[in-house]
Design a protein around this ligand. Structure first.
Ligand code: BG6
Length: 475
């Protein structure tokens, strides 16, 4: 693959994520030496104007990449202006004799016309198409988009990206579950009480009203990122880690997620919208006062949904998916809460709260932790909860970089297959429909607070100490 073409090159996604990730790949020596990158957009820019625009954006978004590497990427960049929804305008911009990566960094409304235009303009055999989330706006539009893609392209060349799948902790779910004997035997309803998948953010709207106000937290985070995490946490063991086995297992799990009734949505979901407040000394306006927001849309900035999975392994175990903006604390983690032991032989009168164990996979920073009840110091029959935790080295290649590499190398293992994309909408749609009908109130929460509802966190215990505590008396 020698050409990487970004459709929508003037947009936020390109300058915020794609080009910085490509620059980082180049810096790490992972970008093929002969790969050139072309940006296409409507803006009537010259080559130099485009490079200047990217240079400025790099100063904000690629601070972890050395200036020489940024310059090296800039020297591989070119720009063409054109109407990407018009095959006649596209045809002269695309090579006919060599395959390309066609990356659609576009708003959803332009996906379908661009795919049609690409098919009509004709891409060389072996080309790959990359589409971003949100894939469609509901189940029907996702199906329609898949139908359209299938008319011209084989599924094996289509990459539906979800950058969470490029995060190392997300991939570590696989290693943790399927390369150890200690977890898999307890990874089921007999031992697991509940699972929480949490992505609480302190950031607020950050000038993204154009996208976010028409999207909301459930479509922005739950429908894609958090459901993917659910699939990896809960799926059956795959026979191999190749794309077919892995994606078959994820799709199978998603099919087993129960379709919620209206009553279940009313009882098992919460939606909220932030009001003015303060986060770490920063004043945050009310969501409805943010520039570009239409308050009558009732867009939620917080969503919490408790799902169940109708299969032998998980029947009746609640999986709570939650994400919100402008919260008081960043909390990004997957927590598997294990049941308490069936009988506690230790005397519970003095310290009655011995929690069940929890396995916690934290993201940003990446951590793996388990809580364990042990005989504490002092009285050998009293218990203490300790935390065994490892903080992983930061990811050398950002999540986007990892996925772009897969695209360039043609491996779709970490991209979303057509059926997964549709299942995700099938799961979320009843929630959105009930919210649309106001069956669940849109609750206000103050920016900087813990949101409209608390989610009980695991007791994390005290960190395990490498050295015994100093005892003044030396006993
Ligand atoms: C994006 C969402 O996909 O993921 C954002 O649109 C969210 O709203 C972001 O903040 C979180 O991921 P990351 O990797 O940027 O922390």
């Amino acid at each position: 693959m020698r050409k990487f073409v970004i459709f929508g090159a003037s947009g936020d996604l390109t300058s915020r994520y794609l080009l910085p990730a490509l620059a980082r790949l180049l810096e790490c020596g992972r970008l093929p030496a002969d790969l050139s990158i072309e940006g296409i957009a409507r803006s009537d820019w010259s080559q130099e104007e485009f490079r200047e625009h990217v240079r400025e954006k790099f100063a904000q978004n690629a601070t972890d990449v050395a200036p020489e590497s940024r310059d090296a990427l800039l020297s591989r960049l070119s720009y063409a202006s054109g109407d990407i929804t018009d095959p006649d305008s596209l045809r002269p911009l695309l090579p006919t004799d060599e395959p390309i990566v066609a990356y659609l960094a576009l708003p959803p409304a332009v996906f379908a016309p661009t795919i049609k235009a690409l098919a009509a303009a004709g891409l060389a055999d072996g080309s790959r198409i990359v589409v971003e989330k949100p894939f469609g706006e509901d189940l029907e539009s996702a199906r329609e988009l898949n139908r359209l893609i299938r008319q011209s392209f084989r599924e094996s060349v289509v990459f539906r990206l979800d950058h969470f799948l490029g995060k190392q902790t997300v991939q570590n779910v696989l290693g943790l579950r399927f390369a150890n004997r200690i977890f898999e035997p307890i990874w089921n309803r007999n031992h697991v009480e509940r699972v929480d998948i949490v992505w609480d953010e302190t950031i607020a709207l950050e000038g993204r009203a154009g996208y976010y106000d028409a999207t909301g937290a459930a479509r922005d985070m739950l429908q894609n990122h958090l459901l993917q995490l659910t699939a990896l946490l809960a799926m059956e063991p795959p026979a191999t880690m190749d794309e077919r086995d892995l994606r078959d297992r994820k799709a199978e799990l998603m099919r087993a997620v129960h379709t919620m009734t209206e009553q279940e949505v009313s009882a098992g979901t919460v939606r909220g919208r932030y009001t003015a407040g303060e986060i770490s000394g920063r004043q945050v306006p009310s969501y409805t006062d943010e520039q570009g927001v239409d308050p009558t849309r009732n867009t939620e900035t917080f969503a919490q949904v408790t799902l169940t999975i109708d299969n032998w392994r998980w029947a009746d175990v609640p999986f709570t998916l939650r994400s919100g903006k402008a919260l008081g604390r960043d909390r990004r983690e997957m927590v598997v809460h294990l049941r308490k032991v069936p009988h506690m032989a230790f005397d519970q009168t003095s310290r009655p709260r011995q929690p069940g164990n929890a396995i916690v996979l934290g993201m940003d920073p990446d951590t793996v932790a388990a809580t364990v009840n042990i005989n504490g110091p002092g009285d050998p029959f009293s218990l203490e909860c300790i935390r065994l935790q490892t903080v992983l080295a930061p990811q050398s290649i950002p999540a986007y970089g990892r996925l772009l590499l897969d695209v360039i190398e043609g491996d779709p293992v970490l991209s979303i297959r057509d059926d997964e994309a549709e299942e995700a909408w099938r799961i979320v749609e009843p929630v959105l429909a009930a919210w649309e009908r106001d069956l669940v109130p849109l609750e206000d929460y103050r920016a900087g607070s813990s949101g409209p509802v608390e989610l009980r966190e695991p007791e994390m215990g005290v960190p395990a100490r490498p050295e015994p505590p100093e005892d003044e008396s030396g006993c």
